[in-house]
Design a protein around this ligand. Structure first.
Ligand SMILES: Cc1cc2nc3c(=O)[nH]c(=O)nc-3n(C[C@H](O)[C@H](O)[C@H](O)COP(=O)(O)OP(=O)(O)OC[C@H]3O[C@@H](n4cnc5c(N)ncnc54)[C@H](O)[C@@H]3O)c2cc1C
Length: 379
């Protein structure tokens, strides 16, 4: 295994670092879970896109640099190290885009990807329903055939950033007569401002509308917004889920930067002995996750699909993030309780890690059954 980067890769890293140094806002942007922050983050996405840094691994035709997966990982390391803003376009860029690359048509990619790269169209993920989270296949929202397209009806929930987003992608039951719940589902894109859509923001404990519920009442969607074949949405969605958990949702850059900031905090607090081991664990964990991800990326580039292996990544990063931020809060003591500090906000968000992108209980079931070959658990 070759762990060294090529000269070209190092040059790419240096170029990214230089650009970020010159462009990252000196003061943090307002939270992207507020209307004002959402607009500020959209403008940041546009600035990134203007110099082709918003989607470096995408083909140039869609606004990328055709830089490939390894350079994307390098870019992410530089991005987080520079303290650059969170990405408001993340659902689109890391979930919908890989789905379109794998299962969309050329027309869909040409229409959907460039405005996504520029932050002009921000996407929300509309998968979960009130009775369909872990058991996603039990979803009840339906797509009924009509002239030239489909009519969507039902309710989606926990849709991150849908309070301010423009469009959404999700699964709908198009053939209720199929014998198994994951059959007869269709994957569709729809407009959050179309007639028949009601977006009701859900406030978090801190009052910010980080999520929304979506109520759909015969919302028309044209045929060109079906991804993959009608009735085969489950297969498409599972490919998206593997990407989300395995590579695209949480790049190691985030944790390398976080562990670096934790070590700096520890030193600033006088290197307390009680936290020494936990800080060392955070640094080692970030490096281990980095190497594991590079190995996964190499396999991906060799044409191996990530599949259930992604669940290992998901369990690791979500538990790692909680341990990292808890250590920071312990170092800060009472100061860490202040709701508006960077670490307090990060800690609260880390607690959601074992829930979103599929709960860790479900990931452990996948690991047990599909990677270790253990018998199915009792449901
Ligand atoms: C911060 C955050 C952001 C989110 N963003 C989005 C989004 O943008 N779009 C979207 O569609 N959804 C989103 N979600 C929803 C998320 O995907 C669901 O919360 C998640 O899939 C769990 O579903 P549920 O909440 O219905 O819990 P349930 O499925 O009701 O599960 C409750 C508990 O029971 C456990 N459980 C359930 N079934 C089993 C089983 N078979 N074996 C063992 N344990 C089991 C679960 O692990 C969990 O601990 C988000 C959630 C959070 C917290």
């Amino acid at each position: 295994m070759d762990l060294a980067f090529t000269q070209e890769e190092e040059a790419f890293r240096a170029e990214a670092r230089g650009w970020l140094k010159a462009h990252v806002p000196s003061a943090p942007l307002p939270s992207l879970e507020t209307e004002e922050g959402f607009a500020a983050h959209r403008a940041w996405e546009a600035a990134l896109a203007a110099d082709r840094w918003s989607v470096v691994d995408w083909p140039t035709a869609y606004g990328g640099r055709d830089a490939g997966l390894v350079r994307w990982l390098l870019f992410e390391e530089e991005y987080y190290a520079a303290g650059a803003p969170g990405r408001v376009g993340q659902n689109g860029v890391s979930l919908l885009a890989p789905t379109l690359f794998g299962h969309g048509t050329e027309e869909q990619r040409a229409r959907v990807l460039p405005p996504m790269a520029r932050g002009e169209v921000v996407w929300a993920q509309a998968w979960s329903e009130p009775e369909a989270g872990s058991d996603l296949a039990s979803l009840r929202s339906r797509a009924v055939r009509t002239g030239g397209g489909w009519l969507l009806s039902g309710q989606k929930t926990w849709s991150s950033r849908a309070a301010f987003a423009d469009r959404a992608f999700g699964l709908f039951r198009s053939d209720p007569d199929r014998p198994r719940p994951h059959q007869g589902l269709t994957y569709l894109m729809f407009d959050l401002r179309a007639p028949g859509v009601t977006v009701r923001p859900i406030r978090r404990l801190d009052g910010k509308p980080a999520f929304a519920e979506l109520f759909l009442d015969e919302v028309f969607v044209p045929d060109e917004d079906v991804i993959g074949r009608p009735g085969e949405g489950w297969r498409v969605a599972m490919a998206t889920a593997a990407d989300e958990r395995g590579l695209t949702l949480r790049s190691p850059g985030r944790f390398l930067a976080g562990a670096g900031r934790l070590a700096a905090l520890w030193r600033a607090r006088g290197c307390p002995d009680a936290a020494r081991r936990r800080v060392a664990d955070a640094l080692i964990g970030a490096r281990a996750y980095q190497l594991f991800t590079y190995a996964a990326a190499s396999r991906h580039l060799d044409g191996v699909s990530l599949g259930p292996e992604s669940s290992l990544n998901k369990v690791f990063w979500s538990e790692y993030d909680i341990a990292l931020t808890e250590t920071a809060l312990d170092l800060l003591g009472p100061e860490g309780e202040l709701a508006d500090t960077e670490w307090a906000e990060r800690y609260v968000f880390s607690l959601a890690g074992p829930v979103y992108a599929g709960t860790n209980e479900i990931q452990r079931d996948i690991i047990a059954e599909r990677l270790l070959g253990l018998p199915k658990g009792r449901r």
